[in-house]
Structure formats: C-alpha cells, structure tokens
Design a protein around this ligand. Structure first.
Ligand code: PRE
Length: 276
C-alpha cells in the first residue's frame, strides 16, 4: 500500500512542474520525476501515481498539442488546473559571460517564450532539452563552459548557477496553465465551475457556428477552444473546449442538447477553476 499520495511530473527539482507540485501538494506527497509526458500519463493509467501534472498551454507560446492527444487517448480525467507565473532567467557557470557562450539549452516551450531575447544574441544557438532544470543541473555537475540554461530562479539557486540575464521571457506577464490528471472519472461536484470537453462535430457548413450558438444560448462562458486533428481521419478535426459554468444543471442540459443534435461530447473532467 502506498502511504502518501504519489504525484507524477515531467522534470526534476527546480523545474516549473516541480514548482506546481510543491505549491499544490506541499512536501507531504511523493513525487515521481519522469522523462516525458508519455511516462506521466502511463504512471497515472497504471495507478502507480495518484495524479499527474501536465503543462497544457502558455500565454506566449500557446498550446502544447501532443498533451491533448495524450489525455484523450489514455482516457485520463482532468481534475484541476493551476496557472503559474513563469519568469525565465538565463543562467550559466559563475565565471561565464553572455558574449562567450555558444549555446543555450532549455525546454522547447521555454525557448519559445524567450524568442525575442534570444534573437538579440547570434552567438546563442538554441537547443531543445528535456526540461529547464535538467540543463541547469548538467551544466553545474559537469562544469560545462559555453552553454547556458534558461529556467527559474529556483533552478539557478539549487544548481549554483549565476543569472546572466533576468526575466527574459518576451512579456513580463507570462503564465503557463497546468492541469491535474487522474485515472478515475471525477464526478461533478457542487464546487465545480469549469469543464474540459472534447466535442467532435461533423464537418458541415455551419456546424461550428451552431455549436458556439448552443453554448451561448445556455449562457456558458467558453474560455478556450482548440481544434486538434482526428489522427485516424486526415483533415477532420475535434474541438477541445473549456467552459466555465455557474449552474451544473444548466451545463448538463447544454451537453445533452449538443450530443443529441450536433455531435459527440466527451467530458474529460469538471473541476474548480484555477486563479489567474
Ligand atoms: O521545463 C520545465 O521546467 C517545465 O516544467 C516544462 C514547461 C512546459 O512544459 O511548458 C513548464 C512551464 C514553462 O512553460 C516551460 C516549460
């Protein structure tokens, strides 16, 4: 029997996923540090982890598309969300100077968020890595010269790197939305105010307009719509939709009407909306 709750994340201590785990679950949980989002999903599916944490979209760089497919194909349930402010630091070994660096490594989403800053430095060749903190750890442990990492201030502190440029994300106001995933279908509770859905409608003239009108008719607040390809059917798309609702019965009625008249509705999860 597991004694404490087990939370699966992609990344190591000092990564943004780790920060989300600590801010939400404190020190009392066991954290599984994994190499990929696929492994996070797998550990939750197998019941090795009680919950998984996954970044799903960023306010500068946009959606992390493969994660939508992972959640859907693995039949995972979204049981919560968290918005983390993201500030990126350029860090390297203490004696390094920006002009002497040849490469900067980080998570691809972090590199995208710092594109404007990086475009000023032609000597800094960007290279994608597993997560922000892993690069910091490797530079520190292997005393790597000429390479910088992009990551959090916490990562710089943990791995003893010097911050060469602060807050280098394209805009100060940068957030990543993380979702919490579980294996069990979570039941709608009174406190829930948000739903994540996958809606598949026929590709007919006006079908998306009808769907949006229906959501409006029920006074539901559409907070996100993301079309994603239906992998088995080239050039067909499904919509991943997030909806805010005030009345559960209203939300349920709307879903029933959509599934009876417009297309297939899969409720991926209902939960309390996170604070932005
Ligand atoms: O590399 C990390 O530190 C992560 O936690 C990953 C991740 C992401 O997947 O988007 C998390 C937040 C930031 O947007 C950048 C990277």
């Amino acid at each position: 029997m597991k004694s404490s709750k087990v939370i699966a994340i992609q990344g190591i201590p000092g990564s943004f996923h780790h920060q989300v785990a600590l801010e939400n679950f404190g020190e009392k949980v066991e954290i599984l540090y994994l190499d990929s989002f696929e492994e996070v999903a797998q550990k939750v599916v197998l019941g090795i982890a009680d919950e998984g944490i996954m970044a799903i979209e960023n306010s500068i760089a946009g959606a992390i598309f493969p994660n939508y497919d992972l959640i859907d194909s693995q039949g995972l349930s979204v049981c919560g969300e968290y918005y983390l402010p993201i500030a990126h630091q350029l860090m390297a070994l203490p004696e390094q100077k920006i002009e002497n660096l040849r490469e900067v490594q980080s998570h691809p989403m972090a590199l995208l968020q710092c594109k404007k800053f990086l475009s000023q430095f032609h000597n800094l060749k960007p290279k994608a890595a597993r997560d922000t903190a892993t690069v910091a750890k490797e530079i520190s442990e292997n005393n790597i010269q000429g390479i910088a990492a992009i990551g959090s201030k916490i990562a710089a502190d943990i791995y003893g790197l010097k911050v060469l440029a602060e807050d280098i994300q394209t805009v100060k106001n940068n957030f990543t939305r993380f979702i919490f995933l579980s294996k069990e279908e979570n039941l709608i509770e009174e406190s829930h105010s948000k739903a994540s859905l996958k809606i598949t409608i026929k590709n007919q003239p006006g079908s998306l307009a009808k769907l949006l009108t229906k959501i409006h008719e029920f006074n539901l607040d559409l907070s996100k719509i993301q079309s994603v390809p239906v992998i088995e059917k080239p050039w067909e798309y499904a919509f991943f939709i997030d909806i805010l609702f005030e009345s559960i019965s209203n939300f349920k009625k709307c879903m029933t009407e959509i599934s009876e008249t417009l297309g297939e509705v899969k409720i991926i999860g209902t939960y309390e909306k996170g604070m932005k």
